[in-house]
Write a protein that binds this ligand. Structure first.
Ligand code: ATP
Ligand code: MG
Length: 373
């Protein structure tokens, strides 16, 4: 861990496939951003390819270094084998657990049009990362009640996890509002600064009911806070059933600001939302706990294009900016977002997923140039 005045230590985990090509781009951008702190990058191993050579997908040394030496981290991408491989489990799922990174925060930002456009997509999905159906408590009763096998899965929703993800969502909305002000876009102008609670409590009244009331209470308790305005003043809250959420997300994505959802709904709507903006290659995320953050592009290892200098580095570069933003360095983060926006707008150095002809390196270089001009 670095102390005051020293370089920030970032654990870099390229892992598999295009992760190895795009993570170095993110590191170069971080190093070249005016006003960013100095960085010391610590290379760390993980991934399916590492598992095939060494029998583990996440060596203890990686976990220990992240816990004891690093101020933050960046993850590349991991291959997910389509069949069950004995002894293999996903390193990213384990890392989130080990570091208690309970929130997956995924901004979805338009690639076409401009920010003045009132249909501009700029929303963030805050997905709960630790429970719901992902606790993987499944059972198979071979006999059932006489009509053949019956499978059951337990879905766990706790007040603790729901409240803390709710709090995180309101903090994200607050930070976005502050960033808009800093970038010269008043929140009132955009009519945004809002948290939408996504659930299905009309059917799952016990589990989703608890999620809904826990998140709502975070906001309501804040509004009731005595002695002046609450922390989340200026932010509003509404809610949306997950099915109509999907419908609205596809019809009018521009109306959303921050959407908070339990694990499964969050997983589904965030992949769907990525489709709204044209390519997985531009969608970033940060895994957030209370004191530790790990940037991670949303895409996988893309074996179809790995090793060809074709991958879009923007998702990783934006994830690095998100990491900076969550670590409190908003000015350099804004510079990176602006440089990426400029390169997308100019359209000259885009990779094939965005219908351009540029290589990974050329796209990275254009962003570096935009940053320093
Ligand atoms: P994995 O099992 O690692 O998730 P995958 O085959 O599902 O691998 P993804 O990485 O999820 O691959 O990508 C899905 C599709 O999107 C692929 O065709 C891939 O080439 C494309 N893609 C993903 N990321 C990028 C990127 N950064 N730049 C360009 N294309 C990308
Ligand atoms: Mg995939």
């Amino acid at each position: 861990m670095s102390s005051a005045g020293q370089a920030l230590k970032l654990g870099m985990i390229p892992a598999d496939g295009i992760g190895r090509e795009v993570l170095p781009c993110a590191a170069r951008v971080l190093q070249s951003t005016p006003g960013a702190p100095k960085f010391e990058f610590v290379h760390l191993d993980a991934g399916f390819e590492y598992f095939q050579k060494h029998g583990t997908a996440l060596p203890d040394a990686t976990i220990q270094s992240l816990k004891n030496d690093c101020d933050g981290a960046m993850f590349g991408s991991v291959s997910s084998p389509s069949h069950k491989v004995e002894g293999y489990s996903s390193p990213i799922v384990r890392l989130r657990k080990e570091l208690d990174l309970y929130a997956n925060i995924r901004p979805v930002i338009g690639v076409h049009g401009t920010k003045d456009d009132d249909k501009w997509v700029d929303l963030v999905i805050v997905r709960e990362n630790t429970e719901c159906l992902y606790i993987k408590k499944e059972q198979l009763d071979q006999k059932g009640s006489g009509n053949g096998p019956v499978a059951t899965a337990i879905r766990q929703i706790s007040q603790h996890a729901s409240s803390r993800i709710g709090k995180k969502a309101f903090e994200v909305a607050l930070a976005r509002q502050q960033m808009r002000v800093k970038a010269g876009i008043a929140a009132q102008e955009t009519g945004k600064a809002k948290v939408t609670v996504c659930h299905k409590s009309n059917v799952l009244s016990v589990t989703d009911g608890l999620f809904r009331t826990s998140v709502r209470s975070v906001f309501e308790d804040d509004q009731k806070s005595k002695g002046g305005p609450g922390r989340f003043e200026g932010i509003s809250m509404d809610e949306q059933l997950v099915d109509s959420m999907v419908y609205r997300l596809f019809r009018e994505p521009h109306v959303f600001d921050v959407v908070v959802a339990p694990n499964l709904y969050g997983d589904i709507i965030s992949d769907g939302a990525a489709a709204l903006v044209g390519s997985l290659g531009v969608v970033s995320s940060v895994n957030a706990g209370d004191n530790f953050f790990m940037g991670e592009p949303v895409h996988g290892s893309a074996p179809d294009i790995a090793g060809q200098n074709k991958a879009n580095p923007i998702a990783s570069i934006r994830s690095a900016a998100l990491l900076l933003e969550y670590m409190g360095y908003t000015d350099p983060a804004l510079k990176i977002y602006a440089a990426v926006d400029q390169v997308i707008r100019e359209g000259k150095y885009l990779t094939p997923d965005l219908h351009g002809k540029a290589t990974t390196t050329e796209c990275q270089d254009a962003i570096l140039k935009a940053l320093t001009n």
